[in-house]
Ligand binder design. Structure first.
Ligand code: URA
Length: 218
């Protein structure tokens, strides 16, 4: 058995029976699209809720209807989402459900036909992104190539590296290692970690092509 030490920057969702059941549905090749969307959305919601735990907080005391005090907390710092198109767009709704009227930027990176390297095609980001915490959205962390390029775009727009929280449903060990080596201050929150990549750089066992299954394209 291989021993793999998960970098401390990576937090994996607790492997509860709920999560395992959801993952079993979305990983099955026999799952119809409507179910894939429904159950992927449930995992996305868990990821967003966990990602929000990495935002700074300050203490806040409120009075309850009983007249007693409750020592609670309040979130400090503003956030925005940035989805890596196209699959990352599937995670936008889950973020909106947790953070009403959240600003969401988009980055499109595709492999250059000639160099085979990931290339930036489009980026539209909130103007004040440099003062925000960024929840970076991409369901699959495979080689990490596009994700690293997307982070570079954020850094070029003066986002602080330690203010980026990267959310994915499934991350490969190879992708995690490459990503963490280049951007050690970024926190990754992943649903599950998978062992391998195949020759076409799909995650194994993975879910196949997430974007095609979610958006119904081939
Ligand atoms: N993107 C996908 O949709 N699936 C993978 O396995 C890897 C990247």
């Amino acid at each position: 058995m291989s021993t793999y030490t998960l970098p401390s920057q990576v937090q994996v969702l607790p492997a509860t029976p709920q999560l395992k059941g959801l993952m079993t549905i979305i990983r099955s090749r026999d799952t119809p699209r409507a179910d894939f969307i429904f159950y992927a959305d449930r995992v996305i919601r868990l990821l967003v809720e966990e990602g929000l735990n990495h935002l700074p907080v300050m203490s806040k005391t409120v009075e309850t209807p009983t007249g007693a005090k409750y020592e609670g907390l309040d979130f400090e710092g503003r956030i925005c989402g940035v989805s890596i198109m196209r699959a990352g767009e599937a995670m936008e709704q889950g973020l909106r459900e947790c953070c009403r009227s959240v600003r969401i930027g988009k980055i499109l990176i595709q492999r250059d036909e000639e160099t085979h390297q990931p290339k930036l095609f489009y980026a539209k980001l909130p103007k004040d992104i440099d003062s925000r915490y960024v929840l970076l959205l991409d369901p699959m962390l495979a080689t990490g190539g596009s994700a690293m390029q997307a982070v570079q775009v954020l850094l070029d727009n003066n986002v602080r590296e330690d203010r980026i929280i990267f959310l994915n449903l499934i991350a490969s060990k190879e992708g995690i290692d490459a990503f963490v080596e280049r951007f050690p201050k970024i926190k990754i929150v992943a649903g599950e970690i998978d062992e391998d990549l195949n020759e076409a750089k799909y995650i194994i066992p993975g879910v196949g092509d997430f974007g095609c299954r979610y958006f119904g394209t081939d």
